[in-house]
Every structure is written in C-alpha cells, then in structure tokens.
Design a protein around this ligand. Sequence first.
Ligand code: ATP
Ligand code: MG
Length: 461
Amino acid sequence: MASLNSLSILILDDEKLVRDELGEFLVDPNFSVLKAGSPSEAFDLMSANEIDIAIVDVNLPEMSGLDVLEKVKKEYPEIEVIMISGYSEMDSVIHSMRLGASDFFTKPFRLRDVESAIERTKKFIHLNKSLIEVKRNYSIISEEFYKAMGYEIIGESPQMKNLINIIGKVAKTDNTSVLITGESGTGKELVARAIHYLSSRKENCFYAVNCSAIPESLFESEFFGHTKGAFTGAVDAKVGWFEAANKGTLFLDEIGDMQLNLQTKFLRVLEDRKIMKVGSNVEIPFDTRIIAATNQDIDRLHSEKGFRLDLYHRISSFIIQLEPLRNRKEDIPLLLDYFVKYFNRMMGKNISEIDGAVIRRLLEYEFPGNVRELKNMVERAVIICDTNRLNSSHFQLSSLKDDNRKSNRVSDENLDLERVEMNCIKKALERSNNNKSRAAGLLNITWQSLDRRIKKYKIEI
Ligand SMILES: Nc1ncnc2c1ncn2[C@@H]1O[C@H](COP(=O)(O)OP(=O)(O)OP(=O)(O)O)[C@@H](O)[C@H]1O
Ligand SMILES: [Mg+2]
C-alpha cells in the first residue's frame, strides 16, 4: 500500500457487467482497481500485485466465493476480503464473516453500501497496520535482548508489550536514572539488565547492589571506596561501586531499605556526580547510570519510613512499574513453556507436553511470588518428572487454591462475590421453577449469560 489513503482493490466477479459497474463506482484517484472474471485469474493478479482489498462474489465458476475467501486468508492474510452476495445468500454471508471476511454488500448494490464497506475496511486495514507496527517493534527489541543478553523477556500481554517498548526507548537515553517498582519476583532486575545491555553502556559493567544487605558502617566504603589505611582494617585501597561501574550501570536494589542518613549522602553524590573515597579529600567524577528498584510503595515509604522525597525525585527521572503476574495471566502459558524448555536444557530432560489441567490450575492461581514463583514451581516439576509429560502431580496444585486465600485478600473477596452471585442464581432458578429464560429475566441478564454462569458454578437443575 503506497499510502494510507491509496488502496489497491481487486474485483472478482464472473459477470462482466458487475465488474464494470463496480469499477465505475470505484473511480477515485486514491484507488487502483484490478478486475478478474475467475478465481484463477484473481490469484494470478494477487501473486503479481500488492492487493489491499479483494471484493469477491459468493457465486463463481471453478470454486465458490467462500473457498476463494478461505484460500486468500491462508495464502494472503494481509488482504481484506469484502463479499458480494444476493439477498437469498445471507447464510453464505454469515459463514464468510466467520471465515474472516471483513465486510459485505448485496446485489444489486448501491453506491452508498459499496462506499461504506470500503470505508470500514480501510479503517480496519489502518488499525491492523498500526498493530503490526507495534508487534514489529516488539519483536525487534525482543530479538535485541536475546542477542545482547542471551536470554529473553517473555510476555505478550499488552502490559509486557508496552514494557518492552519502554525499555527499548529508555535504554537509548544514556544517563536518565530509572526507578523500577513492582512486587517481588516481577522481573525488576531483569528489566534493569535489559536497559543496560540495550544501551550504549553495554560494553561496560553492570553491577547490582542490594542496599538492604550493606551494613551502615560499611556503606561509604562500599559505595565510594577507601584509601589504604583509611580506617582500622583498611589494609588495601578499595574501589567503590560508583567508580567500579564507571561508564556502566549501577543497579541499586531495594533502595527503600537505605538508612535515612545514608540517603542524604547518596543524594549529594548523585547531584554532584562526584565521590570522595573514605580517607581522601580528592573528588573523583563518575559517569554511571543509576537504576534503582523497590518492591515497596514509595508514598508509604515516604510517609511511614521518611524516605527522602528529594532522593526519590533524583533517582526517578523515569519510572517503570511492573505489573504483577496475576494481572497479566495471558503470559502464564508462555512463561510456563519458556521455563520448561529452559530447565529441560539445564537438566538434560526432554519434557514436551503439559497437561491442560496444569495450565488451567495455574491460570486460577494468583502468584503472590510472581514470575519467580512460577519459575521455581516449574524447576521443581521438571526435577521430579520422569516422563515427557508434566501433569498436576508434579506441581502440588491442590494446595494452590488455599494459598490464594491465604495470600491474597482481593481473591478472598472475589470468592465471596462469586458465592453471592451463585446464591442469587440458585434463588432465581428456584423462583422460576428452573426456567432459564425467566430466571435470566429476574436477574436482568441474558439467557446466554445465565447459562454460562450455571456451567461455571456447576449448578444442577
Ligand atoms: N518476563 C520474564 N521473562 C522471563 N523471565 C522472567 C520474566 N520476569 C521475571 N523473570 C525471571 O524471574 C525471576 C525473578 O525476576 P527478578 O529477579 O528480575 O525479579 P525482581 O522483581 O527483581 O524480584 P525481587 O523483588 O524479589 O528482587 C528471574 O529468574 C527472572 O529471570
Ligand atoms: Mg530483585
């Protein structure tokens, strides 16, 4: 497609009159129109030209319009198909929509119908194009990750696609400090590494330092370094983290656990971009990108623990919030598959199948420990599995639902809500003598919606 407004349209109809009439309707500087009288002619044109829309009659020689539609969708999925049908062929139209036709109009056609079918399809093409663009960006970046780090960031949920795009963008800024927030196990360190390895600093060091693990007394010497003999026990000079990560990236994990007086020192260093080693009064400039992470809520950290807001602003030029796994459940099967393959390789196993029941149960689970919990679960399952198929017994799935209740209040509330809903449905069925239509009327929902819920709660009637 040359531009969004210019479309190349192929008309396939065995009646010359129809082809010509439609062709006249479509006289427009933005349309280039090709015509075919038979499916074979149409497929020749498709293979030789870039077609955006094919307008296909339901009744054709050689093969039916529906068969043409199926073949187009298989061989040229990027072509949108509009069907032309007679009034008596509405069944075919319905069938064609199921097969992926984007629109239809009926014969004899009116200009308005043809125009609006083209207009709707054009919008559809536009939308698809932008989706493909997002997808392409996403896979280019995923591939870059793989090349740069040797491992991938898995996930195709909208949140993960968005995250991957953001990582690609923030990695290109060389010095912007980034704060990554998210529950434990959501992938904060993975994201920090990705930013580093996709940035121009990738040839230099990435250091991850856990702020909560460094005792207050050693803090300055750890981060800024010390000179030989600076204090008792300082037998050798030491390079601190800031200097060691010069030209690279310093990942400050669990920044929320940093002591208050240390926060003040830290802020000064980050503002000056210079450190002074313990025992020295020489200022050493550093060029280190800072990425910080916390699994705590910054507002609460500030109000309850007094975390310095000025330090927070300094480290959070760009904030990335990672979504808990339970809010992007569509990623669970992908991660499951990825981790099974990963542990297969690590342990020399050959597990190639996973019971559907396992996936169903995992999708019900809330994963308080997020991706790390899933990864650990899969590791255990792969260790104990002796066949090539993982089943529920490898996963200790029976305890999962109870864990949900213990670990997650929201899910408790959901369960209660579900119970209330189930009781309402039972009452409505009782009152209507198990007449589903009347019960649906009482509940003010559709029959189908009631039926779905009856199945969901396994209510016997
Ligand atoms: N999207 C993902 N694709 C592949 N692996 C992932 C993904 N997210 C997380 N992981 C894996 O899950 C594990 C936990 O991730 P990570 O250590 O980055 O989490 P975290 O948020 O830093 O956790 P914590 O707060 O407990 O430190 C790691 O082994 C990581 O490689
Ligand atoms: Mg971490």
